[in-house]
Each structure stands twice: as C-alpha cells, then as structure tokens.
Design a protein around this ligand. Structure first.
Ligand code: FPP
Length: 255
C-alpha cells in the first residue's frame, strides 16, 4: 500500500536502479511564470514534488537520494525569494516528517550547515536526529551547498592535520580527499538528473560526480514525476559505465 503521496505507480522490475542518485531540482521559477504565478508558488510546487520523488525513489529501491535544495550562490537572489525558500524548507520538514517516517526515509544535510541562521540550523539538526534510525532510503538535502566550498573545506581539514603532524603530504590521495567531503559514507552518485533543459552541474557534487552518468530533460522540476524518473532509469540501465577503462565486451574480445 502506498502511504506516501497519492499515486500508486507500477515499478518496472527490469530497470537497473541507481544506488545513489543526485537530482538538481531546477525550473520552479519557469513553471510558475508559465502559469502567471509568483516564483514562490513554483518553489512550493517543487517542494510538493520532492515529496513525490522521495516516495518514488524509495519504492524503486534507491538507497541515497541527494537533492540540490539551496546553493551557496542562491543567497544572491532577492531577499524575498530567499526568505520564502527558508520558510518553505522549515515547513517541509514540519509538515512531511511523519510521511517520511512512514516511508522509512532518513534525512541528512550536506553543505555549510554551521553558517546557516540558527532557526534553520536547528531544523536540520533536529531532522537528522529524529530520523537517524530509518533504514529504507537516505534523503540527503544539499543545503547552503557548493561543490567548491566543499572542496575548500576538505583542503582546510587536511591542511590542519598536516600542520599538526597528524598527516604528512604523502598521505594525501583521492581516498583521503573523499574522506574529507561533507558526508564521506554516502556513495558517489551513479546518476545525476537535471530537469528544466539546462545541461550543467552548477557547482553540485563536483568531486563526487567524476564518474556519474548525467541525464537531462526539458521537463520543469514541479512536473518531473514518476514517468520522467522511469525514463531516466531506463536510459541509465543501458549506459555502459567504463570508469576510464574498456567495456566488458571489448575486454572479452581482447580489444
Ligand atoms: C531552482 O529553480 C530551484 C531552487 C533554487 C530551489 C529548490 C527548492 C525546492 C524544490 C523546494 C524546497 C526544497 C526543500 C528541501 C523543501 P529556479 O528557481 O532557479 O527555477 P528557474 O530556473 O526556472 O528560475
């Protein structure tokens, strides 16, 4: 029985589902403009759709879903829009946490959480604390997140350890850098989806996306439903992930 959300969509069991999925929730503003609504209505519809995405990803068997909710650059938007986004964010976890709980979804945050206003930081900490024992899927909300800021943070952590003598320069390798990302236990995304027609990462998971498959569509985020997600997974199922090596087929033929 589907408890979370209203639709009961059928899962295609032939599809290879990414363990770790990233989603750039883009196009809220354009969605609202098309309907002659204020941008805030687009963000509200986007938040509703995030709830739907969680339900669908949980049912598909995704284990880690990382969504780009607010970037380090989004502070440059008009104050009104930023305030509305912050309000929506607080409301989301107030209003939907019981549904996330029923779905077994643990919530975590990735980003410069320490620099957020107190009220927001507390919502993040409380959300993480409340959901720590939920097992079906992790929802990772990239909030006040920037891929470059995450790398700067990692470099600072490592440098401090080199300075104190805990590490030497020769200890620095890719694994050590990965271990100094915000959430080192979360696997790198297998697939990153960006709706709304843009074809760039916009500072999302720069280190972690080295071998992620990318999938884009023209659909605006609030309209990105089960069908689009299934299309993305179908396409992902056909990708040959070579990680810089050769395909399995080429290896077998000795090419
Ligand atoms: C980008 O669309 C979207 C954002 C900057 C905000 C994303 C936020 C949500 C989906 C809702 C709130 C999230 C949570 C976690 C409750 P845009 O405004 O840049 O769209 P545009 O490119 O069409 O203008």
């Amino acid at each position: 029985m589907a408890i979370f959300g209203s639709k009961n969509n059928e899962i295609d069991s032939e599809i290879k589902v990414p363990v770790s999925l990233g989603v750039i929730m883009d196009g809220n503003g354009r969605w609202a403009k098309k309907r002659m609504l204020p941008r805030s209505a687009g963000h509200r519809a986007g938040a509703e759709n995030l709830k739907e995405l969680c339900r669908n990803c949980g049912n598909y068997g995704v284990k880690y879903l990382t969504v780009y909710a607010f970037s380090t650059e989004n502070w440059s938007r008009p104050k009104d829009e930023v305030d509305q986004l912050m309000k929506l964010f607080v409301e989301f976890f107030d209003r939907y946490d019981s549904e996330l709980e029923q779905e077994g979804i643990r919530v975590r945050f990735s980003g410069d959480i320490a620099s957020l206003p107190d009220e927001i930081r507390k919502v993040c900490e409380e959300g993480e604390r409340r959901s720590v024992n939920r097992k079906k899927m992790q929802l990772i909300v990239a909030f006040n997140y920037g891929g470059r800021r995450e790398l700067v943070n990692a470099v600072k952590n490592i440098s401090a350890k080199v300075k104190s003598g805990e590490l030497s320069v020769d200890d620095i390798d890719e694994n050590l850098i990965s271990q100094n990302m915000y959430l080192p236990d979360v696997p790198d995304p297998d697939l990153i989806i960006r709706p709304s027609g843009e074809k760039r990462l916009s500072n999302f998971l720069l280190w972690e996306s080295a071998y992620s498959e990318l999938w884009t569509s023209d659909c605006l985020w609030p309209d990105f439903g089960f069908e689009e997600l299934t299309n993305a997974f179908r396409d992902y199922s056909k990708r040959d992930r070579r990680y810089g090596g050769l395909s399995k087929e080429s290896n077998e033929k000795g090419k």
